[in-house]
Design a protein around this ligand. Structure first.
Ligand code: SF4
Ligand code: SF4
Length: 446
């Protein structure tokens, strides 16, 4: 148990790591990025079925207008982030890797920041089911990175009962500070979003869990709550991966999600602060998600800060705007622990992109980054928050015994946090092995 938990009598999760946090942009207010000349909007920027286009090449669209509809319940619509003309629907690179169909919008020069399409509604009139429908219509997904459709997450299955909404304000990944800024700059929208989510899920209590390196956000949110409020703000230990659902549930409520289970199995539903602040803003106005806050940072960035970015903005445009340098650079979308590295600078910012990091890529000749054999030091075992044996899993992966990894060593419990790779003195890319093994097992199961 960490010092924080001993001092404050809390039951945090065991294991985890303390990487350098580099939260240098935490004091930088959110700034709006201008529109790029062209926006690239992949139809599958969420988990679930891709959206179905509602527009054709040459059609004019206005800022906020729906341009693709949800394909059934496990899907969300897309809205135009800027006024312009549809340039086509083409295969384009995405943060997920392979190219997928995307709607391209040529943005009109001088396009207004005003949202020209909205359907305001009285939220006090809506039933829980109507709130869920309004959330799907907004196109909202988990903005923390998962991009899981928010209406699906907040629709509690009939055979489950939840009593607590946990609001995830941990932002435990190094560099990222966009959630921190949202809590500081949009506390009212966040608290509105929390109320809508509580009504939708029928929960009577909410806990906002925030790492204790953001005490200004803890104090500010507390100052917005009255005595007897069903919403509580709780500082939790700063430790990676505190922001993963299972870890935060353990820290905030001392409940453990069973192997293969979901938060609802222990009466909890978890949502990220950015997602709920977004819902608090969009739902009463009847608008769709067209922009998001991302942290742009890293040693190669000239103007690190938090930017409000139109969805679909290519990362090349952002890099040109903020300025970057470095001969050997690596571009990461999200945090450095779990975010994917991208090579194509045409890749757009999508709903699940929380950051753009420009890091110095290690040279392949650099001795300190060579991969060495496992020395059985067990550091990976001590770091794994899921209490797995990454060393053994790594050895099985090297022998391509993927099924055995899943059946005997609980590979499916691995949520790819990267703690094991981070501490390994032999630089064994354990988490990359596990991603490959899980993908192969998924393919075989399908
Ligand atoms: S990546 Fe998987 S195995 Fe490695 S520490 Fe995280 S949960 Fe454990
Ligand atoms: S940390 Fe690396 S070297 Fe140590 S036991 Fe784990 S895999 Fe082996």
């Amino acid at each position: 148990m960490g010092l924080f938990n001993l001092l404050f009598g809390q039951k945090g999760f065991t294991h985890g790591i303390h990487p350098p946090y580099h939260k240098d942009t935490a004091d930088k207010p959110i700034r709006r990025l201008p529109f790029p000349p062209q926006l690239v909007l992949p139809l599958d920027q969420h988990i679930g079925k891709p959206a179905i286009p509602l527009v054709v090449k040459g059609q004019e669209v206005v800022r906020g207008e729906p341009i693709a509809k949800a394909d059934g319940n496990f899907s969300v619509p897309l809205h135009a982030p800027a006024t312009g003309r549809i340039a086509g629907i083409e295969l384009m690179p995405t943060p997920k890797g392979p190219k997928t169909n995307a709607i391209l919008i040529d943005v009109y020069e001088g396009s207004t920041q005003e949202v020209l399409w909205e359907q305001p509604r009285d939220m006090s009139e809506l039933s829980p089911q109507e709130i869920i429908q309004a959330i799907q219509d907004s196109g909202m997904v988990g903005l923390g990175g998962a991009a899981f459709p928010s209406h699906m997450k907040l629709a509690i299955p009939e055979d489950k009962q939840v009593d607590t909404l946990i609001v995830n304000g941990c932002e435990c990944e190094p560099y990222l500070t966009c959630d921190h800024r949202i809590m500081l700059e949009h506390p009212k929208a966040l608290l509105r979003g929390i109320r809508y989510a509580m009504r939708a899920t029928g929960t009577e209590k909410a806990i906002i869990g925030i790492e204790d390196n953001k005490m200004d956000a803890v104090e500010l949110l507390k100052s917005h709550l009255s005595n007897g409020s069903p919403v509580e703000v709780k500082a939790v230990e700063t430790k990676y991966p505190q922001g993963s659902e299972k870890m935060l549930i353990k820290s905030a409520l001392d409940r453990e999600v069973p192997t293969g289970g979901l938060p609802a199995d222990v009466g909890v539903v978890v949502n990220n602060v950015g997602t709920l602040a977004g819902l608090g803003d969009l739902l009463p106005k009847g608008r769709g998600l067209i922009e998001r806050v991302i942290t742009v940072a890293g040693p190669g960035i000239a103007k690190p800060a938090n930017y409000l970015v139109p969805l679909g903005t290519p990362i090349r445009y952002i890099l040109d705007y903020v300025g970057y340098e470095g001969a050997r650079t690596e571009f990461i979308l999200g945090g450095p622990m779990m975010g994917p590295a991208v090579s194509a600078l045409d890749t757009p910012i999508t709903k699940g992109t929380s950051g753009l990091l420009v890091l110095n890529e290690p040279s392949i000749e650099d001795e300190s980054h060579k991969i060495w054999p496992c020395i059985r030091c067990a550091r990976c075992v001590s770091a794994c928050p899921m209490h797995l044996n990454p060393s053994m899993l790594g050895q099985l992966a090297a022998k391509r015994k993927y099924e055995e990894m899943a059946e005997d060593y609980h590979l499916t419990d691995c949520f790819e946090c990267g703690c094991c790779s981070y501490v390994c003195p032999s630089n064994i890319p354990l988490v990359q092995y596990f991603r490959i093994a899980k993908a192969i097992n998924r393919e075989q199961a399908a």
